[in-house]
Write a protein that binds this ligand. Sequence first.
Ligand code: B12
Ligand code: SF4
Length: 506
Amino acid sequence: MRVLLIHPGPLFYSEVYLRLEPLGVEYVATALENAGHEVRLLDLQVFGSGALDRLLGSFEPNAVGFSLNYLANVPEVLDLAKRVRARLRECFVFVGGHSASFVAPELVEHGAGAIDCVVQGEGEASVVRLLDAWPRIDGLPGAVTTAGTGPRPELVVRLDDLPPARHLTRRRRRYFIGELDPCASIEFTRGCPWDCTFCSAWTFYGRSYRKREPEAIAAELRSIREPNVFIVDDVAFVHPEHGMAIADAVERTGIRKRYYLETRCDVLVRNEEVFRRWARLGLAYMFLGFESLDAEQLQLFRKRVTPNQNFAALEVARRLGIDVAINLITDPAWTEEQFDRAIAWATEVPEIVHLTVATPYPGTELFHSAAGELATLDYRLFDIQHAVLPTRLPLRRFYEKLVESQAIINRKFMGWRTAVAVANILAGQVLRGQTNFLRMLFKFSRVYDARRQFADHERPVVYEMRPPRPVQVVANGNGLAQLTVRGDDLAIHQPPRRRPTAPIQG
Ligand code: B12
Ligand code: SF4
């Protein structure tokens, strides 16, 4: 079959700092190519939607698959699916990805005949069987159709069997993160053994945690042409021996690149030696999910770290010379004083402090505990830059304070002063025709705008999200509220029988 895979456009607010290759779709593409299908990949983060019309005409796909990792992209994908259906009536149209998996039946419903199937879970595990079976796909594992939901999807057994189809992504020079321009992406492990209440990374994979072979990772790194690499793992280097084994393999091949990764503060503190080794290998930046400065809030998030561990992690990163971006979650119930406390702290520390808004995503426990509280059902506002729960401050004021706190990044790390400080880096990049980072330095005020964020709530809503199913909240022995929805009930993939092996404290 001729198969066209499409990644939707960027979410406006994240486009300031980064644009990364659609690794998940590349994995799906490899599975299809290996099965003999002819595959094209269109990334609308770097192409305009006119490219879709051109490809539909020239390639005439028999099947079109959309990637839907981000809930805020739901309306865009629904509209695009309808456009494909209007043009190619017989085409098999399917949708997969992280968010699609959690809202699958409502997507089929909104699609009103434009979407034949939503593929839940890891696409490479089921997509080939699906295409082989088309049009008799009802009841296949992971397939959600108008006839209902099939059995739970299967997990990929060996992550190393299918290297991502990077040869299918065009305009790769447009992928970057901050100063790492251009930048490729890679996966060392998949899944997360923790279970934070606001996160769906662990429910998606049924709390499984799988590691790739160090030699296969090194070989893949060697095949990557970009000098910079973003490691997409939810939590990098959970198991120190795995991090060291990859470092050994990378050292043996003599690969030299610069890396960006995301990890937990307690993992960084516990596995300092692994991070030291990687700093020597080129680890330049890391993203740490602080989430809150407040111990009680961290407990409510079930983050299983303390503020002291968070601060200790900053010390480790500073010692190792790794630049850090910290995430803090803004609670819609924040007062002016709580914002001011975060602003004061963000101004004082030398790191990048990024503020996002607490967002109950489908697939998280938070989604169900917030049942009945959602202030909007507009998918587009679920991008952690908008308040989808009622705010204590008037909404307009909430956005003013949010943008005021985010503007610290602009003052500290963007604009002319930074451009002058990094003039050498910029000059080298511009000479090589790379301008993503340069443009980034001047984008902040065009994107972050309290008035616009407020006005986004007034846009007409064509597709409404299905509200969460209310749950029974019971008091436990300590007088604390306990949810009756458990992570295992929300899981897309079957949770493994054996409990995770990662050291979890808390
Ligand atoms: C790396 C990552 C990023 C990277 C790169 C993402 C990219 N270009 O794809 C960056 C840093 C850019 C990023 C940004 C954001 N992210 Co992010 N990100 C992740 C993370 C950690 C891993 C994604 C990944 O690459 N996984 C590895 C690949 C192999 O898996 P995959 O993409 O999921 O693809 C598999 C399946 O989903 C499926 N699949 C995917 N596409 C398709 C298509 C078809 C047709 C089929 C059949 C199957 C299929 O098969 C694939 C192979 O198994 C996830 C958490 C997670 N574990 O999923 C969060 C996650 C997806 N991100 C999240 C969020 C909130 C964001 C931001 C909004 C944050 C922000 N501060 O603004 C931005 C928005 C990005 C945007 N679109 O503009 C949330 C999503 C919440 C939601 N429900 O919408 C997640 C789940 C994290 C979380 N804790 O909740 N992110
Ligand atoms: S540790 Fe990170 S990825 Fe894992 S559940 Fe918590 S927030 Fe999600």
